[in-house]
Design a protein around this ligand. Structure first.
Ligand code: PGA
Length: 253
């Protein structure tokens, strides 16, 4: 199986343009020779032009943390896929748990955003994961299957190469920003459930090629144990991605 890992930084609502530029300038030389994995940065919308320009011509790709499902329109405060691609953004997160939790994003909205993203050639990183109460109630598998089915409604008919660009990020909500990480075993089990669900929806070949990242308190000291697993195809990193040194240590796990 040759799935190239994707190591992605989710900067959330941190950094000014000057701080973002300083990060990229310090970070690029540290990873310039790194070809084993793909590297992506997901800054806030206001930082995107600065970061895209600073990373131009490098081995680091840039995406948005969120897009709207409409191509344009009266949606105050939102960012469209056309705006993102016009400035050179190539990726987008979709349905991060903070979007689901604080901004009411449902599986249906996630699905609409996924269709818009792939129609415009963006690489989507679809985020799914259970909350603590669901894990404790033994519902993790059901939650993940529901989220996969919800996100991927209507995807089956699309071209194989389009479908295979989709990335999933498994992020147990209880592990995000808490310092609590899923054990490699917990993560691998969840990834197997997700991959099996993708296989039953979209076929075994698509499932075998689809990258599934882990996210939730990934740090330099746990990155190898997690990303080193056959089932785990990279990481979506929040807190530990804000400093060039710690993010580099994760990239080079
Ligand atoms: P964390 O965030 O690494 O700070 O837990 C991960 C994420 O929210 O994507």
């Amino acid at each position: 199986m040759s799935r190239k890992a994707l190591i992605a930084a989710n900067w959330k609502m941190y950094k000014t343009p000057a701080e973002a530029k300083a990060f990229v300038e310090a970070f690029l030389p540290l990873v310039a020779d790194h070809t084993r994995d793909e590297i992506a940065l997901f800054p806030s919308p206001v930082l995107l032009p600065t970061v895209i320009e600073a990373a131009g011509g490098s081995n680091v790709v840039i995406g948005a943390q969120n897009i709207h499902f409409a191509e344009e329109g009266a949606y105050t405060g939102e960012t469209s896929v056309n705006q993102l691609t016009a400035i050179g953004g190539t990726h987008t997160l979709i349905g991060h748990s903070e979007r689901r939790q604080y901004f009411g994003e449902t599986d249906e909205i996630v699905n609409k955003k996924l269709h818009t993203a792939i129609k415009h050639g963006l690489v989507p990183v679809v985020c799914i994961g259970e909350v603590l109460a669901e894990r404790e109630a033994g519902l993790t598998g059901n939650v993940l299957k529901t989220q996969v089915n919800g996100a991927f409604a209507g995807i089956k008919g699309l071209a194989a190469e389009v479908i295979s660009s989709i990335v999933i990020a498994y992020e147990p909500v209880w592990a995000i920003g808490t310092g609590k990480t899923a054990t490699p075993e917990m993560a691998v089990n969840a990834h197997r459930i997700i991959r099996a669900e993708v296989a039953s929806l979209l076929g075994p070949k698509v499932a075998a090629n689809m990258r599934i990242l882990y996210g939730g308190s990934v740090k330099p000291d746990n990155a190898t144990a997690l990303i080193g697993q056959e089932e785990i195809d990279g990481a979506l990193v929040g807190g530990a991605s804000l400093k060039p040194d710690s993010f580099t240590a994760i990239v080079k796990y």
